[in-house]
Design a protein around this ligand. Structure first.
Ligand code: HEM
Length: 514
């Protein structure tokens, strides 16, 4: 049905309590009955320049656009201004932002790049639509409720093989239809995977980013790369189908970044391991069915796949991000598992653990970067729409300086991660372990550190709104609270910087002299 049309003169007549209309972006809203329920109060709606008037600027200085899109408020619209059309439109599913620096360069019209081709473009369009339509609403819901990712979303992302793709290219993708067949299986590379990580991060919910089966992204590769054929045949199909969930259990209260300090032990009893000990900060642990567990065994370390059972208990750990991540404290009370559940060689678990770290750290860095870019976009929009001292925020040189720093950090991180991703595409798994471990350590250290600098700057730009969980600054609040996770999970910043340096120092030629 065509919308009723009004002139500004007609709207102006409705300017008092009980008969109150306002205009926002050419749309006419009847707020007569809503005014008393308005979270910002009645008085502000009756003010001069608001009641019966075009309140577009004042509205966008105080609310996110999504407020108007919520059904209960969208229904307050009774018509539009004759001869005018709405200008402020949200991105449609699949669309890219036209705000400068809101997207990686290759997505901007007229820009060129050496890494991405048509297959990545097609893939990106479908992925963005999927994340906006299916994942984003679940992310918002779960981030707030703290509940685990909905099974419905798990089913859909497994149907699209998104979960399988997040493990990177490889044999596990053979015979699978990727993203409804938008690309051919053999086209899939680490740049497609980078796209998935960046799109996930755009949801702006850090807890959910981990709740989005991150435990599986790091817990399943040891099974794929080091499990026996029987174990793989049993576990991989059900996990990639989203029927069973898996997580990685390495860190302990006794050993975090210092993996060699771990104390969970596995003792042989015939054909069984008997596992005793605890694990801490285990992402997805509260809802996982399988645990890829690093244990101390006679003569070294061994990684063992442990199914959830009566002697394995998980308890949710209260963290400062959402419990949708499923962060758990895990207790093994003489858990018996067959020795055939060993992943890799007995006593050679450190190799399994270390080889897994590169991909995990790269994934965390990618997600961290995705959120940072989102924060840059939020700050650019906010500084453009927020009026202070009679001018937009970006009229202040200090604000422009902060924005310049934020953009430079995000762009340098993007360029570095793309260069590393290109190496990953062209190196074998073994070569990556040898050549990229140090670089990825440094990359992650850099990206997570700049993340916290960006969080600080964004907080200053958003002021009080950056410390409230809802409203204009909700993404900034989430990012400021959760950016330290990026700098801790998968190896803390200082340890990774040191790893990068130790690897570099080891490779300085003995003949090198000034
Ligand atoms: C259709 C029109 C409007 C709707 C549906 C609406 C809805 C809301 C909602 C849901 C909130 C809670 C905060 C949030 O979720 O962002 C809010 C807060 C607020 N609103 Fe409105 N509003 C409308 C128009 C206006 C207008 C024209 C003004 C003009 C001054 C205004 C001033 C405020 C203020 C001052 C707050 C508190 C903001 C804060 O805590 O930071 N609102 N409004």
């Amino acid at each position: 049905m065509a919308l009723k049309e009004f002139t500004y003169e007609e709207v102006e007549k409705h300017n008092k309590e009980g008969d109150l209309w306002i205009v926002i972006d050419s749309k006419v809203y009847d707020v007569s009955r809503f005014a008393n329920l308005h979270p910002g109060g009645l008085a502000v709606l009756l003010a001069d320049g608001v009641a019966g008037k075009d309140s577009t600027n004042v509205f966008f200085g105080l609310h996110r656009h999504e407020v108007l899109l919520r059904p209960q408020y969208a229904r307050l619209q009774i018509g539009k201004i004759r001869g005018q059309e709405e200008v402020i439109k949200p991105l449609l599913p699949g669309e890219v932002s036209t705000v400068p620096y809101a997207e990686p360069t290759w997505l901007n019209k007229g820009f060129h790049n050496p890494y991405y081709n048509d297959s990545h473009r097609k893939f990106h369009r479908v992925a963005r639509k999927f994340f906006m339509e299916v994942v984003y609403p679940d992310a918002i819901k779960c981030e707030e409720s703290g509940k685990r990712i909905s099974q419905d979303v798990v089913d859909r992302l497994c149907e699209m093989n998104i979960f399988a793709m997040r493990l990177g290219p490889g044999k596990h993708l053979q015979g699978r239809t990727l993203l409804s067949g938008v690309i051919r299986n053999e086209e899939y590379d680490h740049f497609h995977e980078l796209i998935l990580n960046l799109e996930l991060a755009r949801c702006g919910c850090r807890g959910y980013v981990d709740g989005f089966l991150a435990g599986g992204v790091i817990g399943l590769p040891p099974v794929l790369n080091f499990g026996s054929d029987e174990i793989k045949a049993q576990v991989v199909p059900e996990v990639l189908a989203g029927k069973k969930l898996i997580c990685l259990a390495i860190s302990e209260a006794f050993a975090g970044s210092d993996v060699s300090g771990l104390q969970t032990t596995a003792v042989r009893d015939g054909d069984y391991w008997v596992i005793s000990g605890t694990k801490k900060w285990i992402t997805n642990g509260t809802f996982a069915d399988y645990f890829t567990v690093a244990c101390r065994t006679e003569g070294g370390y061994t990684v063992i796949l442990v199914p959830r059972g009566k002697d394995l208990e998980t308890r949710a750990i209260k963290t400062s991000y959402s419990s949708t991540a499923g962060t758990a404290f895990v207790t093994f009370d003489k858990v018996r598992v067959p020795v055939s559940n060993t992943l890799g060689k007995i006593g050679k678990g450190m190799q399994v653990i270390l080889s897994n770290f590169n991909h995990e750290r790269w994934m965390i860095a990618a997600c961290a970067l995705g959120m940072q870019r989102l924060v840059v976009e939020e700050c650019l929009k906010w500084s453009n729409q927020r009026m202070a001292f009679g001018k937009p925020l970006h009229a202040q040189a200090m604000v422009r300086a902060k924005l310049a720093g934020m953009i430079s950090r995000v762009e340098s991180s993007q360029n570095w991660i793309e260069s590393v991703t290109y190496q990953m595409n062209n190196m074998s798994y073994g070569e990556q372990s040898d050549k990229l471990a140090g670089t990825i350590g440094l990359l992650k250290q850099y990206i997570t550190r700049t993340g916290r600098e960006i969080a600080e700057d964004a907080t200053q730009i958003f002021g009080g709104r950056s410390i409230t969980v809802t409203g204009m600054g909700k993404l900034i609040e989430n990012f400021h609270r959760t950016s330290p996770y990026d700098s801790i999970l998968g190896g803390s910043e200082d340890v990774l910087g040191d790893l990068g340096m130790r690897q570099a120092i080891r490779k300085i030629p003995s003949s090198a002299r000034l």
